[in-house]
Design a binder for this molecule. Structure first.
Ligand code: FAD
Length: 343
């Protein structure tokens, strides 16, 4: 069985696939997205931190790409509101990274020195200055750094808006479509074949299947080029808002929502394709969160969940063309796929 030829077929409807599809459709191309099971991917599980400065281990191409992407976020968020009416929760709320000891604080200062030299907004702070920004932080906090330009977003809203905007731009979504392999003829990619044998042909093929990307036949990737790195999150629902900005602390981060919820994340585990939430992870995350912000101790637990980050050996995303002509990769975004949506 054949579906009619489109310009592009995108394999995977997570943030990488949806954002690519939307951008291509807005440039006038006909696009089809093949998605096995919406909601299965990391994109729906993410904490929504738009934090290139929090995440950067140092200056380099990935840090620069992430910074460029953050700069494009206001435009993406505004265009999604315009196209769909959905507020994706993009807030330029700033972020804190804190330590409990003077040596930890000095370590943070050393790690962000390049950012100050590069002219990025970073303010070193002592414990009192950190608590002035986020009064919920405990007395143990010895200081750290404040990043004025960091932001946050609500990933489920982002995913809803991306899909609707893409559909309105003409993208066709086919859900329940499990792709078995990339179609390659005469050394050129020409679409995808589903598990049921259906061929979906296209002039170009985009591989955006997240942690599952290198499981596809003829993917052009080494077998373990992309591996799942599980991240578990505990959602707390305080009666009144405790925090407005993102906080990275020892053992956890806190990512607040406008309605007062706080996401406590996240573990980093290589546990295969398993999205179970474990008691050890919940204990460790809550222990770290309550030490950092004791007021969260009264907050009811909302939900817990886990997702699979697409990890690569060098921690870098796999973007652009490879050895197979007309096959374009948009995968391996690891910890930064939501941040990288605009690029
Ligand atoms: C707990 C957690 C917290 C995170 N927090 C942040 C954060 O704060 N900021 C940030 O920037 N990033 C964060 N990330 C990382 C981010 O979520 C990922 O980098 C990003 O979602 C990857 O997007 P993706 O579209 O490549 O993959 P996914 O979202 O995993 O999407 C891949 C899609 O492909 C589909 N698929 C797979 N195989 C097939 C197939 N054979 N046929 C058809 N469809 C298929 C899947 O069903 C899935 O929907 C977090 C991740 C986790 C797990």
């Amino acid at each position: 069985m054949h579906a009619p030829m489109s310009d592009v077929v995108v394999i995977g409807g997570g943030v990488a696939g949806c954002a690519s599809a939307l951008a291509l459709a807005r440039r006038g191309l006909s696009v089809r997205v093949l998605e096995r099971n919406p909601g299965e991917g990391a994109s729906w599980a993410a904490a929504g931190i738009i934090g290139p400065q929090l995440e950067a281990a140092g200056d380099g191409p990935l840090a620069r790409l992430c910074l460029a992407s953050r700069a494009l976020y206001p435009e993406l968020a505004a265009s999604l509101v315009e196209a769909t009416g959905i507020d994706v929760g993009f807030r330029q709320s700033g972020a804190l990274r804190v330590a409990f000891t003077a040596s930890g604080r000095d370590e943070i200062a050393r790690e962000v020195a390049w950012q100050r030299e590069a002219g990025l907004a970073v303010e070193l702070c002592d414990g009192d200055a950190a608590r002035a920004r986020a009064p919920a932080l405990c007395d143990e906090v010895a200081g750290g750094a404040w990043f004025e330009d960091e932001a946050r977003i609500d990933p489920p809203s982002l995913m809803r808006a991306l899909r609707i905007a893409a559909e309105r731009a003409g993208v066709q979504f086919r859900t329940g479509a499990a792709v078995r392999r990339v179609l390659v003829e005469r050394e050129q990619a020409c679409g995808a074949q589903l598990e049921d044998g259906t061929k979906v042909e296209a002039r170009w093929t985009v591989l955006a299947a997240g942690s599952w990307s290198s499981l596809l036949e003829a993917s052009g990737l080494a077998p373990a080029a992309v591996r799942p790195a599980r991240g578990q999150i505990v959602e707390l629902t305080p009666a009144s808002p405790v925090l407005s900005q993102v906080v990275y602390g020892p053992g956890c981060y806190l990512s607040p929502r406008d309605d007062g919820r706080v996401l406590v994340g996240a573990t980093m585990e290589f546990a295969g394709y398993v999205t179970a939430v474990t008691s050890r992870a919940v204990r460790d995350l809550l222990t770290a969160a309550l030490r950092l912000a004791p007021a969260l101790g009264d907050a009811p637990i909302g939900r817990t969940w886990a997702g699979l980050r697409p990890h690569t050996n060098d921690d870098l995303p796999i973007l652009g063309g490879g050895e197979i002509a007309r096959l374009v990769f948009a995968t391996g975004h690891f910890r930064n796929g939501v941040l990288l949506a605009p690029v």
